[in-house]
Structures are given as structure tokens and as C-alpha cells.
Design a protein around this ligand. Structure first.
Ligand SMILES: N[C@@H](CCC(=O)N[C@@H](CS)C(=O)NCC(=O)O)C(=O)O
Length: 222
């Protein structure tokens, strides 16, 4: 049995969607980010970075894994699914996974900070992160023009990128004129496992819960 420590955010959804796609039995422990639970000693002992998500694999000597990208690779390798085993195929998946970990995630995260959460609006910062997100979306769109998925068959690379990119509206970045990205967003959203994983630990509608979400985010950033 796997225990997932998570919250309703893109990095958390990556892990719950993969667990759902793999059909692995898991329990969910929701972490109260606004309350600072992720910085408590017991949690930092599992995740030295004090952030979500974390998994503990009780079927593998209570092995703890932190960093969402590492969690996805661990689960794919444990099951032999959502990532090919051949050297080149595996490398392509990891390349697009790292593109999310080093690009999409940090840039959309900073766009959210300056566009949504910062009490004062700094146009330079908002513009910088919006332009960089849009540039990264265009990279995805070009890739998806002649590939159904990012890296061969549907894989952890798609799940990692989708978990962030589908929140483009929250980040204030548009996807106008990116038809291949739009097609891919819709195809992944239509997967039942994605719908289930996206609702862990609780469903979050960014269109409706705006105020509460901003309040929570400001507490974490303060
Ligand atoms: N690189 C980390 C980033 C994790 C991360 O930033 N998690 C956020 C939620 S999406 C978090 O826990 N924030 C709480 C905090 O900053 O204290 C990963 O991919 O796991």
C-alpha cells in the first residue's frame, strides 16, 4: 500500500493521477499547506524540502520518495508502465518530464505568484513570467503538432505537463492559436483516471474558489 501526502495543487495532482492511472491501491493524507503542516518535523523527516507531494511505499520497506518528478519515475519503474524500458524511449520521457520540472512548473508557479497572489502588481514580473509560459506552451504545441503525446505513448511526461498546463487560465496565460496543445489538453482531461486523480485530496475548481485559494497561497508565501 502506498501512502500519498498531498494537497490540491498541480504538483500533488501529478502523483494522484499517476496512482489512478496505474490502479495502485493508495491512501491519501491531505496536508494543510496554509496551516504550515508541510514544515512540521514529522513531515520534513519524509520530505526534506517541506513541500508536497511525498509518497511512502509500505510494500517496499516504507520507502519515502519526495519531488514529484522522482515520484513519477519511481512509480513507473515499479510497475513497468507509463514509461518505456528501452534506453532511448525512457530518455525521451525523462526529457519531457524535466521540461515540466525545470520549465513549465517553476514558470507557471511564478506567474501565479505575481499575477494572482502578490499584493502589489509588478508589471515587469507579470510580463516576464507570462511571456516565458507562453514560449514554453509554444514548445509543447510544436511538439504535439506531429506527436499524439509528448514522448511516444501516453506517459508520465504527459501527466506531469498536463497537471500544470490545464491551469493556464489561473496563471493568466492564453492558449489561443495553439491548436495541438488544446487537442492534447482535451484528450487527457477526458481520461477517467485523470478526472479521479484531479479530485484528490478534494476537488478544486479554480474558477470558483478564487478568494480562498488566494488567501491560502498568500499565507504560504508570507
Ligand atoms: N519541486 C517540487 C515542488 C513542490 C512544491 O512546490 N509543492 C508546493 C505545492 S504545488 C508546496 O508544497 N508548497 C508549500 C510551500 O511552499 O510551503 C516537486 O515537484 O515536488
Amino acid at each position: 500500500m502506498i501512502e500519498l501526502y498531498t494537497a490540491a495543487t498541480p504538483n500533488g495532482w501529478k502523483a494522484s493521477i499517476v496512482l489512478e492511472e496505474l490502479g495502485l491501491p493508495y491512501t491519501v493524507r491531505a496536508i494543510n499547506l496554509a496551516g504550515g503542516e508541510q514544515k512540521e518535523d514529522w513531515y520534513v523527516a519524509l520530505n526534506p524540502n517541506g513541500r508536497i507531494p511525498t509518497i511512502v511505499d509500505h510494500d517496499n520497506g516504507d520507502f519515502a520518495v519526495f519531488e514529484s518528478g522522482a515520484i513519477l519515475i519511481y512509480l513507473a519503474e515499479r510497475t513497468g508502465r507509463l514509461m518505456p524500458r528501452d534506453e532511448k524511449g525512457r530518455s525521451v520521457v525523462i526529457q519531457w518530464l524535466m521540461f515540466q520540472m525545470g520549465g513549465i512548473g517553476p514558470m507557471m508557479g511564478q506567474a501565479n505568484v505575481f499575477f494572482r497572489y502578490a499584493p502589489e502588481k509588478i508589471e515587469f514580473a507579470i510580463g516576464r513570467y507570462h511571456r516565458e509560459c507562453r514560449r514554453l506552451f509554444e514548445v509543447l504545441d510544436r511538439r504535439l503538432a506531429d506527436h499524439e503525446y509528448l514522448a511516444g505513448d501516453y506517459s508520465i511526461a504527459d501527466i506531469a505537463n498536463w497537471s500544470w498546463v490545464h491551469t493556464y487560465n489561473w496563471s493568466g496565460v492564453d492558449i489561443d492559436g495553439l491548436p495541438h496543445l488544446e487537442r492534447w489538453l482535451g484528450a487527457i482531461r477526458a481520461r477517467p483516471a485523470v478526472e479521479r486523480g484531479r479530485a484528490v485530496p478534494t476537488p478544486l475548481d479554480l474558477g470558483r474558489s478564487t478568494e480562498d485559494f488566494v488567501k491560502g497561497a498568500r499565507k504560504i508565501l508570507a
